[in-house]
Design a protein around this ligand. Structure first.
Ligand code: GRG
Length: 296
């Protein structure tokens, strides 16, 4: 398959819907701040995974698009808040000045809050009526679980508390699997649920999401060391300079590369073992391995 074309086509569909859902209303400034971050050029990897999970289970994109866009909105909220001076204090994101640099800190906080509260409304209001309400409720439960204190926020909290400390491997794994992994897991879970997957398929999809999410974070850690501003769209060496507990810091750069490779193989294998056939899922796993190869 041509992964580049596949990603570009899906991105186009997702971007069009995001633009539609985030039409400017009163008070204009908050919608402008939300649109500024959401409509910037992100990879859309999470919503693409969600759409692919729904597709392999036999569902139309229309059924999964609202949840896919809601997921991207929450991802963008996390980026806006993470970039704030009180958190990671970053000046660039997706190749542009960060939200607070353009709209001010107060408005950036509100833009994140607004995305977080608007996203579930999109799931509720825009998911087609053909989706069973019990399924929709389960999707919403998984959504809130993955983004909240037992999910992504929990991972961010543990990360902040671990700053400038030596941490053990279980704390490190908790941070990575929650801060980054939970949204990947949700992408696969929600796509499977909306596609009507049975529990066995659902578990396999979720396992793929877990392996991929962890690999994605390790790649991000490696690229912080080996990437540059142009290719990353954000400041490189941030983790290095702030002495963050990254995978390479704990295990060494070479071991991180080996682990990244192993996780992507595991991701592909779990699908194979469960007869889930998706060239896109395989190619996405391979592309994570390749994302760091170009820098070697
Ligand atoms: C503020 C509640 C709260 C949480 C923040 C997700 C997160 C927790 C912080 C973002 C910072 C970070 C480095 C997270 C790791 C996940 C990651 C690699 C994010 C970047 O995702 P990409 O590469 O970005 O998919 P694009 O721009 O392509 O969407």
């Amino acid at each position: 398959m041509n992964l580049r074309e596949y990603l570009a086509e899906n991105k186009k569909i997702i971007n069009a819907k995001l633009g539609e859902y985030l039409e400017i209303r009163f008070p204009e400034i908050i919608w402008e701040a939300m649109r500024y971050s959401v409509l910037a050029d992100g990879k859309r990897i999470r919503p693409i995974l969600l759409l692919e999970a729904a597709r392999v289970c036999g569902a139309d994109a229309e059924v999964a698009l609202p949840t896919a866009c809601a997921l991207e909105m929450v991802h963008c909220y996390s980026l806006i808040h993470d970039d704030l001076p009180c958190m990671d204090n970053d000046d660039f994101r997706r190749g542009n000045p960060t939200n607070h640099k353009v709209f001010g800190e107060g408005m950036a906080v509100l833009a994140g809050d607004a995305l977080l509260s608007f996203a579930p409304q999109i799931i509720i209001k825009k998911t087609p009526d053909c989706v069973d309400k019990a399924v929709l409720l389960r999707v919403l439960n998984e959504f809130y679980t993955s983004i909240g204190p037992v999910g992504m926020v929990g991972g961010q909290v543990a990360d902040i508390q671990s700053e400038n400390k030596e941490i053990d491997i279980s704390t490190f794994t908790y941070i990575h699997t929650h801060k980054t992994g939970e949204l990947f897991k949700f992408a696969l879970m929600a796509g499977g649920l909306l596609g009507g997957a049975d529990e066995k398929t659902l578990n396999a999809l979720v396992d793929y999401g877990k392996f991929l999410g962890y690999a994605f974070q390790i790649a991000d850690d490696i690229l912080d060391i080996e990437g540059d501003l142009k290719t990353l769209g954000k400041t490189p060496h941030k983790d290095l300079d702030s002495n963050k507990n990254t995978h390479p810091k704990l295990f060494g750069l070479d071991n991180s590369k080996i682990e990244l490779n192993a996780l992507c193989e595991k991701a592909k294998n779990v699908l194979k073992l469960n007869n889930i056939l998706s060239e896109a899922f395989d190619a996405i796993a391979d592309s994570i391995v390749n994302s760091i190869r170009n820098k070697e």
